[in-house]
Design a protein around this ligand. Structure first.
Ligand code: FES
Length: 157
Protein backbone atom coordinates (compact mmCIF):
# COMPACT_ATOMS: atom_id res chain seq x y z
CA UNK A 1 0.00 0.00 0.00
CA UNK A 2 1.46 3.37 -0.95
CA UNK A 3 1.49 6.29 1.45
CA UNK A 4 -1.24 8.10 -0.51
CA UNK A 5 -3.57 5.08 -0.23
CA UNK A 6 -3.44 5.40 3.56
CA UNK A 7 -4.98 8.85 3.30
CA UNK A 8 -8.73 8.71 4.11
CA UNK A 9 -10.72 8.54 0.88
CA UNK A 10 -7.62 8.57 -1.35
CA UNK A 11 -8.22 5.27 -3.12
CA UNK A 12 -11.92 5.99 -3.55
CA UNK A 13 -11.24 9.52 -4.83
CA UNK A 14 -8.82 8.27 -7.48
CA UNK A 15 -11.14 5.44 -8.54
CA UNK A 16 -14.18 7.72 -8.81
CA UNK A 17 -12.24 10.32 -10.80
CA UNK A 18 -11.08 7.58 -13.16
CA UNK A 19 -14.65 6.38 -13.75
CA UNK A 20 -15.51 9.98 -14.70
CA UNK A 21 -12.49 10.22 -17.06
CA UNK A 22 -10.79 12.71 -14.70
CA UNK A 23 -13.17 15.29 -16.17
CA UNK A 24 -13.16 18.49 -14.06
CA UNK A 25 -16.67 19.37 -15.26
CA UNK A 26 -17.86 16.28 -13.33
CA UNK A 27 -16.60 17.60 -9.97
CA UNK A 28 -20.06 17.75 -8.38
CA UNK A 29 -20.90 14.19 -9.43
CA UNK A 30 -17.49 13.00 -8.23
CA UNK A 31 -17.96 14.64 -4.83
CA UNK A 32 -21.42 13.11 -4.53
CA UNK A 33 -20.07 9.64 -5.39
CA UNK A 34 -17.22 10.07 -2.90
CA UNK A 35 -19.64 11.02 -0.14
CA UNK A 36 -21.78 7.96 -0.92
CA UNK A 37 -18.72 5.70 -0.83
CA UNK A 38 -16.87 7.18 2.16
CA UNK A 39 -19.67 8.91 4.07
CA UNK A 40 -18.13 12.36 3.84
CA UNK A 41 -15.50 14.31 1.90
CA UNK A 42 -12.28 13.85 3.85
CA UNK A 43 -10.18 17.02 3.81
CA UNK A 44 -7.22 14.88 2.81
CA UNK A 45 -9.00 13.91 -0.42
CA UNK A 46 -9.19 17.51 -1.67
CA UNK A 47 -5.58 17.66 -3.00
CA UNK A 48 -6.03 14.23 -4.57
CA UNK A 49 -9.20 15.31 -6.35
CA UNK A 50 -7.47 18.51 -7.46
CA UNK A 51 -4.56 16.50 -8.84
CA UNK A 52 -6.77 14.01 -10.69
CA UNK A 53 -8.98 16.72 -12.17
CA UNK A 54 -6.22 19.24 -12.88
CA UNK A 55 -7.91 21.82 -10.65
CA UNK A 56 -6.49 23.88 -7.82
CA UNK A 57 -7.13 22.74 -4.25
CA UNK A 58 -8.96 26.04 -3.71
CA UNK A 59 -11.35 25.26 -6.57
CA UNK A 60 -12.21 21.84 -5.14
CA UNK A 61 -12.47 23.10 -1.58
CA UNK A 62 -14.63 26.00 -2.75
CA UNK A 63 -17.21 23.59 -4.19
CA UNK A 64 -17.12 21.31 -1.13
CA UNK A 65 -17.69 24.23 1.23
CA UNK A 66 -20.33 25.94 -0.96
CA UNK A 67 -22.78 23.02 -1.09
CA UNK A 68 -24.27 22.17 2.29
CA UNK A 69 -25.01 18.61 1.15
CA UNK A 70 -21.33 17.81 1.38
CA UNK A 71 -20.08 16.79 4.80
CA UNK A 72 -16.42 17.05 5.72
CA UNK A 73 -16.72 14.97 8.89
CA UNK A 74 -18.09 11.45 9.36
CA UNK A 75 -21.62 11.32 10.70
CA UNK A 76 -23.50 8.85 12.90
CA UNK A 77 -24.79 5.68 11.19
CA UNK A 78 -27.98 6.24 9.21
CA UNK A 79 -30.61 3.48 9.25
CA UNK A 80 -32.66 2.85 6.13
CA UNK A 81 -35.65 0.53 6.50
CA UNK A 82 -37.24 -0.74 3.32
CA UNK A 83 -40.61 -2.43 3.58
CA UNK A 84 -40.57 -6.04 2.34
CA UNK A 85 -44.26 -6.83 2.96
CA UNK A 86 -46.66 -7.80 0.18
CA UNK A 87 -47.95 -4.41 -1.02
CA UNK A 88 -44.44 -3.00 -1.25
CA UNK A 89 -43.00 -6.15 -2.83
CA UNK A 90 -45.65 -5.93 -5.54
CA UNK A 91 -44.47 -2.38 -6.25
CA UNK A 92 -40.79 -3.19 -6.60
CA UNK A 93 -39.41 -3.10 -3.05
CA UNK A 94 -37.20 -6.12 -3.69
CA UNK A 95 -35.54 -4.59 -6.76
CA UNK A 96 -35.17 -1.25 -4.95
CA UNK A 97 -33.47 -3.00 -2.03
CA UNK A 98 -31.09 -4.87 -4.32
CA UNK A 99 -30.15 -1.69 -6.19
CA UNK A 100 -29.47 0.20 -2.96
CA UNK A 101 -27.44 -2.64 -1.42
CA UNK A 102 -25.38 -2.90 -4.59
CA UNK A 103 -24.87 0.83 -4.80
CA UNK A 104 -23.74 1.14 -1.18
CA UNK A 105 -21.74 -2.09 -1.39
CA UNK A 106 -23.31 -3.86 1.60
CA UNK A 107 -25.61 -6.71 2.58
CA UNK A 108 -28.64 -6.21 4.80
CA UNK A 109 -27.69 -5.05 8.32
CA UNK A 110 -24.08 -4.26 7.41
CA UNK A 111 -22.84 -0.70 7.85
CA UNK A 112 -21.46 0.78 4.66
CA UNK A 113 -18.28 2.83 4.46
CA UNK A 114 -20.63 5.78 4.13
CA UNK A 115 -22.17 4.93 7.53
CA UNK A 116 -25.50 3.69 6.16
CA UNK A 117 -27.21 0.44 7.14
CA UNK A 118 -30.23 -1.14 5.42
CA UNK A 119 -32.76 -3.16 7.39
CA UNK A 120 -35.87 -5.03 6.21
CA UNK A 121 -39.17 -4.10 7.82
CA UNK A 122 -42.62 -5.62 7.35
CA UNK A 123 -45.16 -2.84 6.84
CA UNK A 124 -44.62 0.78 7.69
CA UNK A 125 -48.34 1.54 7.52
CA UNK A 126 -47.83 3.34 4.24
CA UNK A 127 -49.07 0.61 1.89
CA UNK A 128 -51.05 3.03 -0.31
CA UNK A 129 -47.77 4.71 -1.25
CA UNK A 130 -45.77 1.54 -1.82
CA UNK A 131 -42.92 0.91 -1.97
CA UNK A 132 -42.29 2.50 1.41
CA UNK A 133 -39.02 3.21 3.16
CA UNK A 134 -37.92 5.02 6.28
CA UNK A 135 -34.63 6.87 6.70
CA UNK A 136 -33.77 7.63 10.33
CA UNK A 137 -37.46 7.82 11.13
CA UNK A 138 -38.53 9.87 8.10
CA UNK A 139 -41.15 8.02 6.04
CA UNK A 140 -40.82 7.93 2.24
CA UNK A 141 -43.72 6.91 -0.01
CA UNK A 142 -43.28 5.68 -3.58
CA UNK A 143 -39.64 5.27 -2.69
CA UNK A 144 -37.03 5.10 -5.38
CA UNK A 145 -33.25 5.30 -5.35
CA UNK A 146 -33.16 9.07 -5.76
CA UNK A 147 -35.64 9.68 -2.92
CA UNK A 148 -33.73 7.36 -0.58
CA UNK A 149 -30.40 8.97 -1.53
CA UNK A 150 -31.85 12.43 -0.87
CA UNK A 151 -33.21 11.32 2.52
CA UNK A 152 -29.84 9.80 3.43
CA UNK A 153 -28.10 13.06 2.48
CA UNK A 154 -30.62 15.00 4.57
CA UNK A 155 -30.21 12.64 7.54
CA UNK A 156 -26.46 13.04 7.37
CA UNK A 157 -26.48 16.80 7.76
S1 FES B 1 -46.78 -3.28 2.95
FE1 FES B 1 -45.20 -1.82 2.83
S2 FES B 1 -45.94 -0.16 3.99
FE2 FES B 1 -47.43 -1.68 4.25
Amino acid sequence: MSVSEEIPGAREARAICATRSNDPSMLLEILHDLQVRVGHIPGESVPILADCLNLSKAEVYGVVSFYHDFRTEPGAPITVRICQAEACRSMGAEALTERLLSRYGVSLSEISAAGVTFEPVYCLGNCALAPAAMVDGALIGRADGAAVDAAIAEAGR
